[in-house]
Design a protein around this ligand. Structure first.
Ligand SMILES: [Mn+2]
Length: 324
């Protein structure tokens, strides 16, 4: 069941005292925004909340921490003694990190998500695949869960919607998500400030990353790709293996329909990110490599082969599946 009764979800939340909310591995703005928004709204209801992220929170989203009670990062890496587990924006249980894999007796209680590939792995699921962000789903359903959209909750939710829609410019934007965003602005979210902090402001190291990405750029018909190796990132002082938006920039090149970014991660794995224009479904391609995502944006991480072994295989499969 992919869309359980919201009343059941509300009852499950109301009977809980100590709630752990999980960011997904390598959290993005929608993950951080949805965890903080849910957590703050639950704290406003008197609940004890644990904010869980196995991986560090990217600097771009740390501006939201100024809304925490002590102005500090509230995230810890593992839950302790929680009686309810909520996983927003998490499309499969392994995306929640190692905790559920190493505690097979613990099942997530509630998953609220927008990924079409989500199988409904929690006890209670609410998945809206047509929604552009988990934060957009939450904006709609939180009032029905008895949770209030305060100014800080609205700011976190708008951060998620803005980042997952590429500032309302992706093909996944719906009229409803625009209405949700407008409601959040009505509740006090500052759209300029959120866009600037989460999205526009970039570091000198990110500019050097773009230079590297440009240098490694290749085109084959309607397909464009680039490669970011670990040694390149080390040479320019770009420590994170998260892409600061280059894969989306590539797909907006005239004549290009699909872009692929190959990143050698800090662990030496290969992370592949696909972006596509409407009419091309890269979710299926990612799925064929054990990953997942959306029609227009998807990803996979592969440990078994080196980046140089993978590049020709991935490009060949991408072309075969999308440009028959
Ligand atoms: Mn999302």
């Amino acid at each position: 069941m992919l869309r359980d009764d919201l009343q059941l979800i509300r009852e499950r939340i109301e009977e809980a005292h100590n709630i752990a909310i999980f960011a997904h591995i390598r959290p993005d703005g929608d993950s951080v925004g949805s965890v903080l928004a849910l957590g703050w709204a639950l704290e406003d209801k008197g609940k004890t909340v644990q904010y869980i992220s196995q991986d560090p929170i990217p600097e771009h989203y740390q501006f939201l921490f100024q809304y925490t009670a002590d102005g500090k990062n509230p995230f810890i890496s593992e839950p302790r003694g929680a009686d309810c587990f909520i996983l927003p924006d998490i499309s499969s249980i392994d995306r929640g990190g190692d905790y559920f894999l190493t505690h097979p007796g613990q099942l997530p209680d509630i998953c609220i998500d927008h990924h079409i590939s989500n199988p409904g792995f929690a006890k209670l699921n609410y998945i809206e695949a047509e929604s552009p962000a988990a934060c957009a789903v939450l904006t709609k359903i939180m009032p029905q869960l008895g949770l209030t959209l305060s100014q800080r909750v609205s700011s976190a939710l708008l951060c998620g919607i803005i980042t997952d829609t590429n500032s309302f410019a992706n093909s996944n934007v719906t009229a409803e998500s625009l209405r949700s965003a407008a409601a959040l602005v009505d509740s006090g979210a500052d759209i300029f400030w959120i866009c600037y902090e989460a999205y526009k402001q970039h570091t000198a190291a990110e500019m050097a990353y773009w230079k590297t990405a440009m240098n490694n750029l290749y085109t084959d018909g309607e397909l464009m790709w680039t490669v970011i190796r670990k040694k390149d990132r080390e040479a320019i002082g770009y420590e994170s293996d998260e892409d600061p938006g280059f894969v989306s920039y590539m797909v907006n090149t005239e004549g290009i329909k699909v872009s692929v970014l190959f990143t050698e991660t800090n662990e030496g794995y290969t992370k592949i990110s696909w972006r596509a224009l409407p009419g091309y479904n890269v979710a299926d391609v990612a799925l064929s490599f054990g990953g997942g995502g959306h029609k227009a944006a998807s990803g996979a991480t592969i440990k078994e082969k080196t980046i140089d072994e993978l590049i020709p295989v991935v490009l060949e499969n991408t072309k075969r599946m999308l440009f028959k």
